[in-house]
Structure formats: C-alpha cells, structure tokens
Design a protein around this ligand. Structure first.
Ligand SMILES: Nc1ncnc2c1ncn2[C@@H]1O[C@H](COP(=O)(O)OP(=O)(O)OP(=O)(O)O)[C@@H](O)[C@H]1O
Length: 495
C-alpha cells in the first residue's frame, strides 16, 4: 500500500501539537488500560470495548479480552510457504530463505486492547500491509493465529470470514477506494447496503456519519468533486457507517498533503475520544505514529522489533535500529510532564504551622514550599521570608501567608506546552494528576535536560548553587581589605 518510502531522518509531516484536549482525551484511554487487569479471559460483555472501559473508568478491576491478538504470525509469499515457515521457526533468517520465498511477516505476536490506537510503524517493505491484511483475513496466515474478540479467524470458512469483515472490522485505505460513480452518501452507505439495510435507513446513517467527519451537506456530490482530504473523510465515514468495533487504517493519511494530513490526524483523535474504537493504524511516518499511537509496534524486515508507548519507544529504544529511527523525533512533543517530573521536595499541609514549613524548606534547600490540602490538592505556596516573619510574630498557623499557587500543569501535558508556565513560575513547575492532586514538580533545568539526546541517562544534574549572601561577601571583602590594604582597582575589573 504505502509506496512512499521516507527516511526516518526526514519526517514526512511537519510537527504540530494536537490541542491539549485532544491529547488528553486520547491519553485517558491509556489511563483506562493501565488501570485494568488485562487477561486472556473471555470478555465480560458482548461489547468488551465499551463496557470494560466504563467499568475500568469507575475504578473496578475487570478482565479485558484483547480486541485483536496475533500469535506467532507468519506470512510467506512463494511456492512452498509452509516449509519456509518451518525453516524460519528453526532459526533461518529472512535472507536464508529468500531463494524459496518472501518472508513478509515473521513470528509476529501482539495484542490490541479495546479502545486503543495501535500503530504499526516501519519502513517500506517491512511487512506492515501484509500484517494488517492478516488481521481481517484478507491474507491467510502461513503460520500462527489471529483472534478477533477472542475468536480465531485463522482457517475459518470464507463465508464466516466475510461476515466478520462485514460486521466486525472496517478498513480505511490509503487511496480512499471510493466508488467513483456513486454519490458521497451512497459510498458511505455502501457497507450497510451489503448488509441489506433498507435505503432510507442507510442514507440517514450516512448523513449522520458525514456530519461526524465534518462533511454534512456533501452527500449528494460525487467523490471527484471533493479534495483529497475530504475524500479520505468519506473513506473514514464509510468505515464508521459500518459501526464495527475495529477499524484498520492502512497508511490512511499518507496520500494527503502535510497540513491536511495533520488536520486529519487531529480529527481522528477527536473522533476516537468520542467513539472509542479499536484502531490499528499503519504508517511509515514515525511522527504520525508518535502523535496517534497509544502503543506502537516497530517492524523491521517482517519482524516486530519493539512494542511500546510512544514514550517507551523514545526513551527506551529496544535496539540501535529503533534508536536511529527516533533520534529526530521532537521529544518536546512526545514526552509528557509525567515522564520528566520529580518528587516535590518541600510540600506542607495547609494545616501545618510556619515552623514546620520553615524546617521543610531548610531541609529541602528551597525558598518556598507548596501548600496542599488533605486531598493533596495544590492550594498555594508559602515563602521562607513570610514563614520567618510569621514565626517571629509567634503565629502558629499558615493563615495569612499562603500565596496563590503559580500555574500548574496536567501530568499528561506535552513538554512543548510547559516552557511558558515554567518561565513564569517562581517555583519549579507544579504537576497535577487527573484528580488535581500535586503529583510532582519540574525544575527548569530538568525541563531543558529532558530535551537532550541523553535524557534517559540518570544521575544528578549539575546546577549552580544560589549566590552566597551579600552580608557574607561584604564580610569577606572587608577582612581582605584589612589584611592586604584596600584594592586599588577599578582598572582591574573586567567591564
Ligand atoms: N502479494 C505479494 N506477493 C509477493 N510478495 C509480496 C506480496 N505482498 C507483499 N510482498 C512482499 O512482502 C514484503 C512486505 O510487503 P508489505 O507491502 O507488507 O510491506 P509494507 O511495510 O506495507 O511496505 P509499504 O509501506 O511499501 O506498503 C515486501 O518484500 C513485499 O515485496
């Protein structure tokens, strides 16, 4: 599909940021997944995606059946594909078997959780399209197994497979694949027509999903009257009209101009925040993968070489190949506050007294402390000077000296959005969790260091200490003047 090889060193799209609301909505899915226990157990409901996610959001521990599972998948093109798979299983490399066939996918194992955007990323020829086509049975697997919502689709009769494709898995293609002589609405309604849905009903549904993708009023046009971006929105609307739990998107935005492409990526995240589909998205563009993916599988020469969150891939690349891939990614647009924050050192309870606050600040070497309430919600800050004055006055509570909290940032905010608040905050930037509690802090030096290539190196950062006090400097200079005579020396000062 994607005949558009791009060097990993030259990203195909300009990098812009999804609106924070879009990213937050997208990230909340990962939060849901991370709060749930994921097992191979059967789903707890007929539609595991919606029901389990709701249960998890409510904080319950439930079991989630993966929406899609690939177990030891192989696809070999050639005369004797099964014997090639045997050789590969016995340790032969792709090159070893090249004379007998093309090993397009080699031993792929992964699972995709309901509601997740799972991106498969790799250079041209790495096997992405072949892999996605095995997930809906368009290609037979030469070895291994694919399960969709717990049911194997490997080796099942064609009629059943067609039913699963029609009712359970919709696909969006790179080149839209619209029927040119049918109207936009008829294209969108097509999957429903295949299911035998009456005309009025399917056209009503088509109008509904066209509105969802921002194309209301365009239903009567022909595809050729629409721009490329609009045609791809029709492609997405058609997939949504089918109302399937799973969407497969094969290089769906690769044919679009960069700006339109970024717009479509943002729209997809917005739609996903509302619809919570399970999406497998294929791309050769790492920036697109990082922008869209809850998790990313990196493919090379038919093999999956790493599966992880964008942050995992960026900060902990599994090998030199992935490392090379990610070196030009703009870390500021991928890493979040939670990825770089530190434990806050001086935090006092709102109910504490000024002496406690002073001790805290002294021990932390800080000139101010964060003040939190019983729920650990940030309510303000208290400075050492105010606390000293308060102690001298004999006050026993912080009442009257808690200053308003400087702006805080949400834990899932990307670093590029932290620079202004960091510059404006008199203290290290406060980071709050999803419930508004103080989760960590980000000193400016930490924010800067996070952007460097060695950001995953651990160890103390070299920070210049606070200047010594004027009193101390005056005292040392006066002693020196006494000992050596006054300095005759404006001339020696470097101007
Ligand atoms: N039908 C086929 N017959 C023979 N070889 C094939 C077939 N389809 C794919 N291949 C080969 O399998 C390998 C993987 O191809 P695939 O299209 O899955 O890669 P891809 O990562 O999707 O690349 P692209 O982004 O260029 O589409 C390639 O070497 C390709 O030439």
């Amino acid at each position: 599909m994607g005949r558009n090889p791009t060097s990993p060193r030259s990203p195909a799209t300009p990098q812009r940021l999804a609106p924070a609301s879009v990213r937050s909505a997208a990230r909340s899915r990962s939060d849901i997944a991370s709060r749930c226990v994921v097992t191979d157990a059967p789903p707890v409901a007929a539609h595991p995606g919606a029901t389990d996610a709701a249960a998890c959001a409510a904080g319950d521990i439930v079991t989630i059946s993966p929406a899609i599972e690939a177990k030891g998948l192989y696809k070999v093109f050639g005369k004797h594909p099964r014997s090639v798979v045997e050789r590969l299983r016995a340790g032969a490399t792709r090159e070893d078997v090249a004379d007998a066939g093309t090993a397009a996918v080699v031993d792929a194992t992964f699972s995709v959780q309901p509601g997740e955007i799972f991106v498969v990323m790799g250079l041209s020829g790495s096997g992405k399209s072949t892999l996605i086509r095995m997930l809906n049975g368009l290609h037979d697997a030469t070895g291994g197994e694919v399960l969709v919502q717990g049911d194997t689709i490997t080796g099942i009769p064609d009629a059943r497979l067609r039913r699963i494709r029609r009712d359970g898995i919709a696909m969006v293609f790179q080149h839209f694949a619209l029927l040119p002589h049918r109207t936009v609405a008829a294209n969108v309604a097509y999957p429903l027509e295949l299911r035998g849905v009456p005309k009025a009903e399917r056209l009503a549904k088509a109008e509904e999903v066209l509105a969802l993708v921002g194309l209301d009023g365009w239903g009567a046009r022909l595809p050729s009257e629409l721009s490329g971006g609009m045609q791809q929105r029709v492609g997405i609307a058609r997939a949504l009209a089918a109302d399937t739990e799973i969407l497969l998107m094969d290089e769906a935005f690769s044919a679009l101009d960069p700006l339109i492409r970024r717009e479509m990526q943002e729209q997809l995240l917005e739609l996903q925040a509302r619809l919570r589909k399970t999406i497998v998205f294929i791309t050769h563009d790492l920036n697109e993968a990082m922008f869209l993916g809850d998790r990313i599988a990196v493919m090379r020469d038919g093999r999956i070489v790493q599966v992880g969150s964008p942050e995992d891939i960026l900060t902990d690349p599994a090998n030199d190949y992935v490392e090379q891939f990610v070196q030009d990614v703009d870390r500021a647009r991928v890493l979040t506050a939670a990825n770089v924050m530190e434990r806050p050192r001086s935090v006092v309870a709102e109910s504490a007294g000024p002496r406690t606050a002073l001790r805290q600040m002294r021990d932390a070497g800080a000139s101010a402390a964060y003040v939190v309430d019983r729920e650990r919600t940030l309510v303000g800050i208290v400075t050492d000077r105010d606390a000293v004055a308060h102690v001298r006055q004999g006050a026993t509570t912080l009442a009257g000296i808690v200053r308003p909290a400087p702006a805080s940032v949400a834990h899932d905010e990307v670093l590029v959005n932290l620079f202004v608040p960091s510059a404006e905050s008199p203290l290290p930037l406060a980071v709050t969790d999803g419930d508004g509690r103080l989760a960590g802090i980000i000193p400016r030096v930490t924010l800067l260091a996070a952007l460097g290539p060695a950001a995953n190196a651990t160890g103390p950062l070299m920070v210049l200490p606070q200047p010594v006090s004027h009193d101390l400097i005056d005292e040392v200079l006066a002693d020196a003047d006494d000992a050596h005579g006054p300095l005759v020396a404006d001339a020696e000062e470097v101007r």
